[in-house]
Every structure is written in C-alpha cells, then in structure tokens.
Design a protein around this ligand. Structure first.
Ligand code: PMP
Length: 393
C-alpha cells in the first residue's frame, strides 16, 4: 500500500505539466459555493433592504409556540415544500426555525430525551454507517446525561428506548435510506438536508415525525445559518423551542427575512409557466450536478483505481421525468484497499476519510459542491493518476 501511494507522488512530481496548479484543493467540507454563479445571475431579484430601526425586537410572533419564527419564513418554507412536493406541510405540522439544522439536531436530541428518568442511562443515539461525521461529535460534545452516541445502527442491539437518525439521501454515500433498527421504543429523526431535486429524484412527500431541512443545501446559502424542522408532535416542537430559547434566544431576523425572500423567488420561478421562462433554480442545480457526476464517473472509470456507488434512476415528480441521482458528495472507494484519503492528499486533494463516517479508510468523501475551478482541477488531478498504481511505477 505504501509503495503504491509513493508511486502517485513520484508520478505527480515527474509530470508537473499535467497539473495546471500546485495549490491544495479542499473537498473535505460540503461548502455549497458552487451555487454562487446562479445567484449572481439573479442580480437584484433577491435583494432586501433593512433599515436601522427594523427588526429590533427579540420577538417575531409573540403568542405563537415558536415565537422567534418570522411568519414570512414560515409561509415561504411551506410554499416551497408544496411547490417541490418533497414534504408534507399541512397546517397541523409545526415548523421550528434554527441556526442551521445543526442547532436543530441538538434541539431534537434534547426534546426526545428530556422526559426520560434522569436516573436511568442516557438514551442511545444511532445512525447506519456510513453516517454524517458530525452526528457523533454533536451528540457527545457536552457529555450530556440525557443522550449518548451509540454508533452504527446496523450493530445496535441494546434493549429499550433509542433515537435513530435517518439521513436520506445519505451523507456521505447518497443512498436513499429507511430506519434500520425498527424496534419498540425507537424515536426517529429524519435528516432530509439533501431531499431536493438537484440531488435526487423527488418520489413523494416525506411525512415523518421529525424532519430536518437546511437552507445551506437547499439553495446554497450556508452562511445565513437557517435550518428548519417540520414536526408532528406539538410537545416535541415546544421542547425544541425551549432548547432554542436557552441556547440562542431565537434566530437572526435578518437571516430569516433573507431566507424567506430567496425561497419565495425560487417558488415564483418554479411556478412561472411563461413559454420563454428561464431555468428555475432546481433545474439549474440538477443540470450542473448531473454534468459534474458524468465527468467524475468518466475519469474514475478511465483511471481504474477507484469505484463510485451506482444509483438507480427514478421518476422525479418535480422535474416530470426519470432522472439519475446526483448526490452532493462522491463516496469514493479504493479498489485496492488503499487509504483513499492519504492517497489523494499526495495529489494535494483534501477529502474526508471513511473512518470519520464509521467505516474503513479505503473510502473517502469528496464534496461535489465546490466552485467550477476547483472541480475541474480535481478532474485533472484524478486523470493524472491513470495507470500509475496499477503499473506500480
Ligand atoms: N445534516 C446533514 C446531513 C448535513 O450534511 C449538514 C451539512 N453538512 C447538516 C445537517 C448541517 O447543515 P446546517 O448548515 O444547516 O447546519
């Protein structure tokens, strides 16, 4: 394994002409900067003006169970889900806004575990491997007495209550998932961050007890730190609001208004039936992602060193035809069992290795959401490995 990795370095050094730049390119984070060019094209369409005297109060909707949620954002979220058809947002579903879905994940853990007897063991939190690398860290960071990370759901065999996180499409491997433990006493959190048409065919309206979505992956506006939960049970939703009160007394109104504006613009564009209408955001995103996936698959096929998961086509209700999934991350596997992350670092490509996601180091995760320039460099560098490892020279 060591000599194979070395041979990649040698090859990269011997043939500098194949690499247009020597800079390190980082694909370890899912920073969705790829969408910037779309939003730049939209010019002033999403601009909002906020004066010095606006939005000063802590409160957005006093008397509402989620008193810091701006009604504009509540409406915009419900409308977008109706337009896309990816989640049930009937009037009896409660929306809780958060500082990204990261904060809401912790709010849900609190809400689901706080009613358990404090003298009993912490509630186990599991997810099927490979799982999103932040779940274990977020769960155990404060060493809560209420809940505790218990690892891979496939090997979870403890009796009693538990929480399972179901991420679909999954981060890191893009798989469409369902709960795997399926025992009495289980509570489910559905993390649907990537259940949008640019990443996967929309096959129906998700209707789970607790669903998490994020502005970061839906539209690319990760910096606004807006996420939302759609919750069936008012008691769970109310406890989540309590958590939010204590951790940040709500969510920035500037961010909420900006998110509301952008979500409304997307909905308007999706519902525009003019014959000469422009591509809407999801059509644009889907075209871009499909194009990237096609190019990546071509390079991976040609160099023969790695493999990528295969995904079945499905009918996308939103796009109105069969589409191929084009996940936000590429889950790369080394065919020879090499440490994939180390191997790519030799080519100045930084990724997040399989062990972060609860599996072996022969897997690594590559973000597909980086700017064009970086993505093209990635393709170029992956092409340069061609044959090197197989030939062993
Ligand atoms: N869940 C999943 C599956 C994610 O991939 C991410 C972002 N990488 C998040 C949650 C967190 O998103 P946010 O930016 O809303 O905190």
């Amino acid at each position: 394994a060591v000599s194979a990795t070395k041979s990649v370095v040698t090859s990269a050094k011997k043939a500098p002409t194949t690499l247009s730049s020597d800079r390190v390119i980082n694909f370890a984070r899912g920073d969705p900067t790829m969408y910037e060019s779309y939003w730049r094209q939209m010019g002033e369409k999403c601009t909002i003006v906020i004066s010095g005297h606006n939005l000063m109060s802590y409160f957005s909707n006093a008397g509402h169970f989620c008193w810091f949620l701006m009604p504009e954002l509540d409406r915009a979220i419900r409308r977008l889900h109706c337009v896309v058809g990816n989640a049930v947002v009937d009037d009896d579903r409660y929306i809780v806004v958060g500082n990204g879905s990261t904060q809401l994940f912790q709010a849900v853990l609190y809400a689901l575990s706080s009613s358990y007897d404090p003298d009993t063991e912490p509630l186990s939190v599991v997810a099927a491997a490979p799982f999103y690398s932040s779940y274990p860290e977020e769960t155990d960071f404060l060493r809560s007495g209420l809940y505790k990370w218990a690892g891979d759901a496939y090997s979870f065999d403890k009796d009693g209550a538990y929480i399972e996180v179901v991420t679909s499409p999954n981060n890191p491997d893009g798989a469409i998932r369902e709960a795997v433990v399926n025992r009495d006493g289980g509570k489910l959190i559905h993390d649907l961050a990537y259940y949008w048409p640019q990443y996967t065919p929309i096959t129906g309206k998700a209707d789970n007890d607790i669903m998490l979505f994020t502005f970061s992956k839906a539209t690319g506006h990760a910096g606004s730190r807006i996420g939302w939960a759609i919750v069936k049970d008012i008691e769970v939703a109310t406890k989540m609001v309590k958590f939010m009160e204590l951790s940040s007394i709500g969510v920035s109104k500037e961010s909420q208004l900006r998110a509301a504006k952008i979500l409304e613009v997307i909905s308007d564009d999706c519902q525009n039936s003019a014959p000469d209408k422009e591509e809407n955001f999801f059509e644009y995103g889907h075209r871009l992602m499909s194009d990237r996936w096609e190019k990546l698959r071509e390079v991976v096929k040609r160099n023969g060193v790695f493999s990528l998961p295969k995904y079945p086509q499905d009918y996308c209700n939103f796009i109105g035809k069969y589409t191929d999934p084009s996940p936000a991350f590429a889950w790369l596997k080394s065919k020879d069992g090499l440490n994939c992350d180390n191997l790519l670092r030799e080519l100045k490509i930084v990724t997040r290795g399989g062990t972060n996601f609860g599996v072996d180091s022969n897997y690594t995760r590559i973000s597909m959401l980086s700017p064009d320039e970086d993505f093209n460099l990635l393709l170029e560098r992956l092409s340069a490995i061609k044959g090197t490892i197989i030939n062993g020279n």
